[in-house]
Design a protein around this ligand. Sequence first.
Ligand code: ADP
Length: 445
Amino acid sequence: DSSSAPAKSEVQGEKKPAEEDDKDDKAAQSLLNKLIRSNLVSNTNQVEVLQKDPNSPLYSVKSFEELRLKPQLLNGVYGMGFNRPSKIQETALPMMLAEPPQNLIAQSQSGTGKTAAFVLAMLSHVEPNNKYPQCLCVSPTYELALQTGKVIEQMGKQYEEVKLVYAIRGNKLPRGTKLHEQIVIGTPGTMLDWCSKFKFIDPKKIKVFVLDEADVMIATQGHQDQSIRIQRMLPDNCQMLLFSATFEETVWNFAQRIVPEPNIIKLKREEETLDTIKQYYVLCNSREEKFQALCNIYGAITIAQAMVFCHTRKTAGWLAGELSREGHQVALLSGEMQVEQRAAVIDRFRNGKEKVLVTTNVCARGIDVEQVSVVINFDLPVDRDGNPDNETYLHRIGRTGRFGKRGLAINMVDSKSSMNILNRIQEHFSKNIEKLDTDDLDEIE
Ligand code: ADP
């Protein structure tokens, strides 16, 4: 490159700012979870409900029949293999389907049935004979919009009159187009253009507005403003629904600008605990020694499936290579892979095709592989500043109370500083991490 752009901006341009990373990360994680999830995440906590009008009765349903859905939709729901409403759906569905429509802000971790709930609400409110957009749904990315679109198509399979269109960049329509589809799903920028600049959609005719993944949404510059501008064009009687997996102050502030007079439903995440985990550490001097220790552990105990976490892609790649040379069936999960490829690797591992999954910290954040009983921290989890990442440590090896299968965690320590990290993790959780001698492994089983 012979151009003489200012050196400083070039240097800055090399590295993505932290927030950019964070945003990609959040959207990718969310997509990954959707791609690998085939079931509801179970949760034994109670939902918290805050009603707009605390005096009105609170309905909750235990069956889909009680909702008096159109037969096509009831069939659609059963066709997807749902037998009864999920925890959050028990209260969210009657609220969303009430007459007059109620506004809702709902928060629960991914996999608890939010998408299925608002898809059912949109499909129920559509008037199929009216051939114009009546429901808008905004998602943070193109890929996430497509995933929601798939759910609409599945659930509405027997409701053929209802059509769906994607308001996403790349879907270019001729000027003057008037949409005939009743449901429009897309990203905020394109959705806003379609409502205002191009007028493909008449916002005054919208009955339901859904904003999905609010926490991922606000991580992207501009999405917040675009969403609010869309919301401002909608009629007063339009039902506003907002969903989020987490609920920090910033998400909450945004939610209140999108949803006036909301009912609020929250479902706390199932607590993770280290109580049912045996934690050990192994002292080594180099990564070769760590690898040897790992081999010794494998030789000594029967390990059905293990996940091994490394700090960098390079270490993960090296370790996966060494392990396969030793004859292990290894799967490697790495940051340069597309989300779809990552999902495929996790799926194979889940189905037992490989026994060891080697991955980097970043890549595997937020993934649950429940049947894994052995977790090996080849490198300890640290945050950007090199401090112990306790949350990741807990999430990686912790078990939820209800599925408290016993687990084993082995931490590899190879320096003073990693010993220091280990000690701080130990202190944080007030749980002893025992030293393991890999030349004498009788104690472990
Ligand atoms: P979220 O939007 O909270 O991430 P989803 O609506 O995508 O959750 O649901 C997670 C998974 O559970 C999906 O595979 C979905 O098909 C399934 N699911 C949703 N609702 C039910 C239900 N009532 N019964 C059984 N499975 C369900």
